[in-house]
Design a protein around this ligand. Structure first.
Ligand code: C2E
Length: 177
C-alpha cells in the first residue's frame, strides 16, 4: 500500500467517467459530494478499486436498471460507534456511500458477505475483487465498512475512512512551523 493524502472530491471526479461507462446504459449514476470533506490518507489506486467494485456490485444488483447514488460526507463521531463487533473510534471521518435500488441482500447473508470466498454469483460471473478483498483494503486503510440492506428495496455500503490530521508519518513531508 502506498498511502497519500487525498481529496475525495477530486478522487470521485477523476473516477466519474470510468464509473459512468461501467454502469452501462440502463443504470444511472449520481455522484454527490458532501460539504467540508476532510482530506484522507489512503492508497489512491486501492481506494479506486474499492469504489469501482462497490459500484459494479450495485449495477449487478439492478439487472433491470435503476439508479446508483455515490455519496461522500464529512462526519464527526462524538462517541465510539459499535456495530458488527467493530468499534469505530470517535473522531472525524470521511464517509463514502454506494446506494443501489436492487433486490437487496437477505438478512442471513448480511453477516457473511465480507468473508473470503463468499459469493452469490455463479462461477465465472463474479467481477472484480470480491467483497472480502474490499474489506481487506478498507482494514489496511484503517477504515470500516458496513452494509445496510432491505430485501426488495436495495442496499447501502458505507465506508468510514479516517481523515488525515497532519501527523508526520513515514515519507510524509514535515510541516515547518
Ligand atoms: P474479525 O473479522 O474476526 O477480526 C478480528 C480481528 O482481526 C480484528 O479486530 C482485527 O484486529 C484483525 N483483522 C481482521 N481482518 C483484518 C484485516 O483485513 N486487516 C487487519 N489489519 N486486521 C484484521 P477488530 O478490528 O477489533 O474487529 C473485531 C470484529 O469486528 C471483527 O472480527 C469483525 O467481525 C468486526 N469488524 C471489524 N471491522 C469491521 C468493519 O470494518 N466492518 C464490519 N462489518 N465488521 C468489522
Amino acid at each position: 500500500l502506498s498511502p497519500e493524502v487525498l481529496d475525495l472530491r477530486d478522487t470521485m471526479g477523476e473516477l466519474a467517467h470510468l464509473l459512468d461507462r461501467l454502469v452501462g446504459e440502463r443504470v444511472r449514476l449520481r455522484i454527490r459530494n458532501g460539504e467540508g470533506l476532510p482530506p484522507i490518507r489512503a492508497d489512491k489506486r486501492k481506494l479506486e478499486q474499492v469504489v469501482m467494485n462497490l459500484v459494479v456490485n450495485a449495477r449487478d444488483a439492478m439487472p433491470g436498471g435503476g439508479e446508483i447514488r455515490l455519496e461522500t460526507e464529512a462526519v464527526e463521531l462524538a462517541s465510539d460507534l459499535r456495530r458488527d463487533r467493530a468499534v469505530v473510534p470517535a473522531g472525524p471521518y470521511a464517509l463514502v456511500r454506494v446506494i443501489d435500488e436492487g433486490e437487496g441482500i437477505p438478512p442471513d447473508r448480511l453477516t457473511k458477505i465480507f468473508e473470503p470466498f463468499f459469493t452469490t454469483k455463479r462461477p465465472g460471473e463474479g467481477t472484480g475483487l470480491g467483497l472480502s478483498t474490499v474489506y481487506g483494503i478498507v482494514k489496511q486503510t484503517g477504515g470500516f465498512i458496513f452494509v445496510d440492506s432491505e430485501p426488495g428495496r436495495g442496499s447501502t455500503f458505507t465506508l468510514y475512512l479516517p481523515t488525515y490530521r497532519g501527523e508526520t508519518k513515514g515519507a510524509e513531508p514535515c510541516a515547518v512551523e
